[in-house]
Write a protein that binds this ligand. Structure first.
Ligand SMILES: NC(=O)c1ccc[n+]([C@@H]2O[C@H](COP(=O)([O-])OP(=O)(O)OC[C@H]3O[C@@H](n4cnc5c(N)ncnc54)[C@H](OP(=O)(O)O)[C@@H]3O)[C@@H](O)[C@H]2O)c1
Length: 245
C-alpha cells in the first residue's frame, strides 16, 4: 500500500539533515521518510524498514533524475521536502576575508552546491510533488544571503550563492504557483546551529545563540506544519520571522 504522507530529506547526512530525518521518523503524522545523500546508508539505519528508505545520490543531474524515479516508485504522496545541501568550507574552500581571496574554482564549487544543486532538485521534483494535497518544500538558505542585511561584507561566495539561491527559489515559486498549485516554497534560515558547517566560527557566537540541530528541526517541522499554500516564496528564520531580501 502506498504511504499517505511522505517526508523527503535531501542532504540527509549533514547536521541539520540528519536531525530532520530522526525527527520525522518519530512523527506519527508522517508514515514514510526518504533520506537522500552522497553518503552510504549509515550502519545504524535499517533501510529494510518499510517506513524509511535511503537513496544514494551524487547530485549530478542524471543521479537526481534517477533518485526521483526511485521516489516515484516508493510514494505518490509527498507532503514535506527539505533540501539541506550547502557548504561554507571544506578541505580546499574557506570563506573569503577580503577581495584578494576571491577565487574562480571556489566560487564555482560553492555556487554549484549551494545554488545549483537545490535548483536541479526543484526542477526534478515538480511533477512528483504536483497533486491534490498540500506539499511544503523548505530549502536551507541563510540570513547572510540577504542583500539588504549585508553590513559587514566578506564571505563572498557563501553570501552570493545564498542570494542566488533565493532568486532561483523566487523564480521557481512563480512557476510552481502555476504548475503545482498545491506546493508552498520556503527559503529557511536555521540560525547559527551546532554542525560541522559552523564549527570553525562558533567561538564568536554566544552559547545561547548557538542552536542544537534538534531544536532547529523541531521549529522547522512546526513551521512547515502551519503553512498556507499561497503561491509565494517565504524567506523566514527559525522563529518564523520574515527576513529582508
Ligand atoms: N549550521 C548553521 O549555522 C547554518 C546557518 C545558516 C544556514 N545553514 C544552512 O543549512 C544547511 C545545512 O547545513 P548544516 O549546518 O547541516 O551543515 P553540514 O552538517 O556541514 O551539512 C552539509 C550539507 O551539505 C551537503 N553537502 C556537502 N557537500 C556537498 C557536495 N559536495 N555536494 C552536494 N551536497 C553537499 C550534505 O549532504 P550529504 O548528505 O549528501 O552529504 C549536507 O546536507 C546548509 O544549506 C547551510 O548553508 C546552516
Amino acid at each position: 500500500m502506498m504511504p499517505k504522507s511522505t517526508a523527503i530529506i535531501i542532504g540527509a547526512s549533514g547536521g541539520l539533515g540528519s536531525a530532520l530525518y530522526r525527527r520525522w521518523r518519530q512523527d506519527h503524522k508522517v508514515d514514510h521518510v526518504i533520506a537522500i545523500s552522497r553518503q552510504a546508508v549509515p550502519d545504524d539505519e535499517n533501510s529494510r524498514e518499510s517506513s524509511t528508505h535511503y537513496i544514494r545520490c551524487d547530485y549530478t543531474e542524471p543521479s537526481i533524475v534517477k533518485a526521483c524515479e526511485k521516489i516515484r516508485i516508493l510514494t505518490d504522496s509527498i507532503s514535506r521536502v527539505c533540501i539541506c545541501n550547502g557548504i561554507l568550507h571544506n578541505e580546499h574552500v574557506w570563506p573569503e576575508k577580503r577581495i584578494e581571496d576571491v577565487n574562480l574554482q571556489h566560487l564555482q564549487e560553492v555556487f554549484t552546491i549551494n545554488s545549483i544543486v537545490p535548483m536541479l532538485w526543484l526542477k526534478a521534483l515538480l511533477t512528483l510533488v504536483k497533486g491534490q494535497s498540500d506539499c511544503v518544500i523548505s530549502v536551507f538558505s541563510a540570513r547572510i544571503g540577504s542583500i539588504d542585511d549585508n553590513r559587514s561584507g566578506g564571505w563572498y561566495s557563501y553570501r552570493a550563492s545564498k542570494a542566488a539561491l533565493n532568486m532561483l527559489l523566487k523564480t521557481a515559486a512563480i512557476e510552481y504557483a502555476r504548475r503545482a498549485k498545491n506546493v508552498k516554497l520556503i527559503a529557511f534560515h536555521p540560525g547559527t546551529t551546532d554542525t560541522a558547517l559552523s564549527k570553525p566560527f562558533q567561538h564568536s557566537v554566544s552559547p545561547d545563540s548557538l542552536f542544537t540541530t534538534e531544536f532547529v528541526a523541531e521549529h522547522l517541522v512546526s513551521i512547515m506544519n502551519n503553512q498556507t499554500v499561497d503561491g509565494e516564496l517565504s524567506f523566514i528564520d527559525w522563529e518564523n520571522e520574515a527576513i529582508a531580501w
